[in-house]
Write a protein that binds this ligand. Sequence first.
Ligand code: SDX
Length: 383
Amino acid sequence: MGFLTNEGQTYSRGLEGVVAAISAVSAIDGQEGRLIYRGVDIEALAEYSTFEETAYFLLFGSLPNKSELEQFSAELRDAREIHPRVKEHLKVLPSDPHPMDVLKLVVSHLALYDPDKQRMDREAKIRKSIRTIAQFPTIIAHYNHARHGEEFIPPNPELSHAANFLYMLTGNVPDEENARIFDIALILHMDHGMNASTFATMVTASTLSDIHSAIVSGIGTLKGPLHGGANERVLKMLDEIGSVEKAEEFVLKSLQERKKIMGFGHRVYKSYDPRARILKQYAERLSEKYGDTKWIEMGKKIEEVMIREVGRKGIFPNVDFYSGIVYHFLGIPRDLFTPIFAMGRVVGWVTHVLEYLQANRIFRPRAIYNGPLDVEYIPIEKR
Ligand code: SDX
């Protein structure tokens, strides 16, 4: 057998083009810029579905009928509260950590109190998944209040998953349009094939570790600026540019210096990310609604220059480019943008884990060894 050294091995950096699973959850056509969840185009789900309905659809594989949807929505609603000990702990955390680090910590903490914590069977994994999906908004909203020394706003059982988050965060029941736009944003972020954070959750779950550990792997992975962390950096970039007039010069200079423009490019999409197209229209709508079109105008200018300069290389806006403008107008603080991404994507994480475990095999790739061979051990006295 010998060591795996260079001869004839195929190695793809970043696993580009490598198939790691067979899945019926979602699919991406990178050339055409299409995304489907369980066969349904993302545009149709964004137009007609809700967070609750699409979460059920991804988790269980079929669109729910009325009573199934009511029961699932009630299950989510009833699971929104987090353990009192965890709430107390939130109050003594420092106010400066990145909220993704707090999300990671709190999910681990909640695992210690989960009623199914000793259970590893599939039904228990599904219950833990639903509870965690329901609790992400509560964790994020409560921490935002805790770090400002404010009282927590308890979940409102009258409100949908999306509306309830905005309510817990701001203290105001959002108007219908804003709640609907946030609902759609969560749908758009729910799943996306073998992206880094989903793959990370699957790797953890494939060792038969627990679902909370798998989700914590996903959170830590999504935090990175090349993945979920880009949305927060887009607004930072817009602030840096300052005005529409300066956008073209900024982009050209960045490209010249081979700096990545946040919110552009994708490993799979070599065309316009369909999610970005949908989010752009809501970013425009909210910019007009709140009478502040500076960012959307800058965004459109950056898009125009980037597509003109590097569109032929397959570099187009991705999901992160316009989402930050939407979240800003919904009153969401910038450092919560990536936790919001996680609030949607946790559905995809647990769905892929539950699917993969049906025919589990531990992920264990190889590495080509290019180090020295037959090296003698020299005792320290002789070094
Ligand atoms: C998400 O995987 C998913 O599905 C992710 C996601 C999901 O839903 O889970 O879609 C969510 O993570 C979206 C991506 C958010 N990240 C960013 O916006 C950060 C900026 N984007 C890049 O870092 C990059 O495009 C990646 C990370 C998204 C993709 O990286 P790849 O596939 O490894 O591509 P690469 O870095 O090898 O770049 C290929 C070429 C390079 O040029 P050359 O060296 O070949 O001349 O394209 C250029 C890059 O310089 N390029 C960019 C660019 N992205 C790629 N140039 C300028 N700006 C960019 N944003």
